[in-house]
Design a protein around this ligand. Structure first.
Ligand SMILES: [Zn+2]
Length: 471
């Protein structure tokens, strides 16, 4: 069993020339040590390197096979940041807006380094779900960052069909420079993690910024804190690290990385290698009647992602299988194998709360609705925001419960009316709606992504754990 260590860097300080040297030192150290890493670049950071003639840095990233590149937005903390400009938008216009604002920086990174952009991660706490729609269009397969907005604590997961390393909690670790005996403390934390993972495969996420080895304060905090946009001509340099402290940090970083490299059962991997280890095996597979029964039983109590053997299905995938089977039944076919299509489904774009209290529905009404819904899901790929059955408008979660109960009745030949009451998509609990997840010094005071949180919950139809199937 192995711990796969994803070492990643947010390379973002486009203000401080000394951060170029820190980056060069980092890249050289990693290549000397033979340690692979994933480098998430800010578009303006790459332009700054070009403008300062740092071909030494750029060519090292371009040529060294140890380095994958990722994207970390075009301007990072310049306002409006990602969540600030997406908060007022819905799904489709949000996806288009992200692409409109971020495409240049994305292209700059892809063209400068001549490598595929393997991942994206947001600046600070500036997370938003519409980004996932845009990542499909840009061909970026991984979301890599750390934060609290969404996740299945400590484990990689699928969200909107994108492999996501986020909210890793204790499985995300690093050296905290402000801590006493920081190197020793960081190694102890790592060893604890390794001990907990001894009997299974797992992912450990470790991140740093290039500027942690050059500046004593963050470059963006001094220019863009609390919603302020300092004009370019007035950008201030952050305080530089005392040279002794910089040297100490570099030595400790190398010792930390060397320790992990030498630890038994641990392996550093790049983002692209993670894609080999974690593949979504659910789509394109055939599901048996037993599988369908398991889903229906689970769904009639709780609408959420489900495990079937070694495969995880999102709530959306489960709903599709129920709908497909019911639709076939309606057309006189009794399916013993049900196939899930290859491309990902998305959650609804808008919230409809559904009926209050209880309602009784006929099996025929549900079957009829399934005829429309299978076609809709296959062409649109989004779950509709509401579904009408016998003139009653249900939320998608209520409809999912109705489908599950209908399947169970048809399989046991006891058809009576089906009762549905208020219900929610349980996997929505994977979204944290507390204000704490929006804590970031750069946001305007009091910023809270209310609409973003709501859209994030709707997309929890797509969430499910992502497991390593090594060997
Ligand atoms: Zn950043």
């Amino acid at each position: 069993m192995s711990s796969f260590v994803l070492l990643w860097f947010d390379v973002e300080d486009y203000i401080t020339p000394q951060s170029d040297d820190a980056l060069l030192w980092l890249l050289r150290s990693l290549s000397e040590m033979g340690v692979p890493a994933t480098l998430k670049f800010v578009g303006e950071r790459v332009r700054a390197l070009q403008n300062r003639g740092r071909e030494d840095v750029l060519s090292l990233v371009r040529q060294c096979e140890l380095f994958d590149v990722g994207y970390h937005t075009d301007m990072h903390s310049l306002h409006p940041t990602v969540a600030e400009y997406l908060e007022g938008l819905g799904w489709d216009d949000g996806v288009a807006e992200f692409e409109r604002r971020e495409r240049d920086g994305f292209d700059c990174i892809r063209e400068t380094f001549g490598k595929p952009v393997i991942c994206y991660g947001q600046p600070g706490a500036s997370w938003a779900p519409q980004v996932y729609g845009a990542l499909h269009r840009l061909g970026v397969p991984i979301y890599l960052d750390e934060g609290g907005h969404v996740g299945i604590d400590g484990t990689p997961f699928w969200y909107c069909g994108i492999l996501t390393i986020y909210r890793m909690r204790r499985n995300c670790t690093r050296i905290n420079w402000g801590e006493q005996n920081r190197l020793q403390a960081a190694i102890e934390r790592f060893e604890q993690l390794r001990g907990m993972m001894a009997d299974k495969d797992g992912v450990i996420s470790i991140y740093f910024h290039e500027c942690e080895f050059s500046t004593a304060e963050f470059w963006d905090g001094v220019n863009f804190a609390n919603g302020i946009n300092t004009p370019r001509e007035n950008w201030r340099m952050p305080k530089l690290l005392d040279p002794d402290e910089a040297k100490r940090r570099m030595d400790e970083f190398r010792s930390y990385i060397a320790h992990i490299k030498g630890a038994e059962g641990c392996k550093f991997i790049r983002g692209s290698e993670l894609l080999e280890l974690i593949r979504d095996e659910a789509p394109g597979r055939q599901y048996s009647l037993d599988d369908l029964t398991d889903i229906a039983k689970a769904f009639s109590e709780c609408v959420s992602f489900q495990r079937l053997g070694r495969v995880w299905l999102s709530a959306a995938e489960c709903l599709f299988l129920l709908v497909r089977w019911l639709n076939a039944y309606c057309r006189g076919k009794f399916l013993r194998e049900i196939e899930l299509p290859l491309s990902a489904f998305f959650g609804p774009k808008r919230r409809y709360r559904g009926i209050i209290g209880q309602v009784r529905l006929s099996c025929e009404g549900i079957l009829k609705a399934c005829q429309r819904l299978e076609e809709h899901m296959l062409t649109d790929r989004f779950i509709p925001s509401d579904v009408e059955v016998n003139g009653v408008t249900l939320s998608p979660a209520q409809f999912a419960v109705a489908c599950a109960r209908c399947v169970l009745q048809l399989l046991s030949n006891h058809t009576k009316t089906i009762e549905v009451s208020e219900t929610m998509l349980q996997s929505e609990k994977c979204v944290d709606d507390s204000p704490a997840v929006w804590r970031w010094i750069i946001f305007p005071p009091g910023f809270y992504g209310r609409n973003i949180t709501e859209l994030a919950k709707l997309q929890c139809w797509t969430i499910k754990p992502a497991e390593i199937h090594a060997g």
